[in-house]
Design a binder for this molecule. Structure first.
Ligand code: ZN
Ligand code: ZN
Length: 170
């Protein structure tokens, strides 16, 4: 769905949408959407900028970085964004952005693609480090057993003996 300048010039645009899993393209991200995504947003024009404010809610699932087991990522996120015409980039670099305007993006053409706004917010809510639990023991580097399930028969590695192993592994 496209939100166009033409429409925004007439009135603010409110959007309430539900996207089922598979409906949005996350551009090869390493997670999958496992619940319907609900988003409520309002867009209005602020000078030449498009202002979009709203809330997105869904649930994702990814693989644990250590043991490859499933990690559930609940998404519950407010957003408040400004999109500038791409033609102003050169000028914008010289202007220092006020603190409260740090969430600034750019758009080209006649408006913004609403789904792009939504997928970006979902991607931003995924933590950099994905672990099923903070003390996940991961897989044995020798035999590949899941060490959360139990100890395997392999002799302890140097890493396991070191008291700092948990810091280095993370
Ligand atoms: Zn894990
Ligand atoms: Zn092992």
């Amino acid at each position: 769905m496209r939100i166009t300048l033409e429409e925004l010039e007439l009135h603010p645009v409110s959007v309430s949408k539900t996207y089922s899993p598979g409906a949005l393209d996350y551009h090869g991200a390493e997670f999958r959407q496992t619940a319907p995504l609900k988003v409520d947003a309002t867009a209005d024009l602020r000078g030449a900028e498009i202002h979009v404010r709203g809330h997105v809610r869904t649930s994702l699932e990814a693989s644990c970085d250590r043991c490859l087991g499933p990690v559930v990522i609940p998404v519950e996120r407010d957003f408040d964004l400004f999109y500038r015409p791409v033609s102003t980039i050169a000028r914008a670099e010289e202007v220092e952005l006020p603190q409260d305007e740090l969430d600034v993006g750019f758009f080209s053409g006649d408006g913004i693609e609403f789904e792009d706004v939504v997928t970006e917010q979902v991607i931003l809510s995924v933590p950099m480090k994905l672990v099923c639990k903070t003390d996940c023991r991961g897989l044995c580097p020798v035999c590949g057993s899941n060490l959360n399930v139990g100890k395997c028969g392999c002799p302890p590695t140097a890493e396991e003996i070191s008291p700092f192993s948990s810091l280095r592994k993370s």
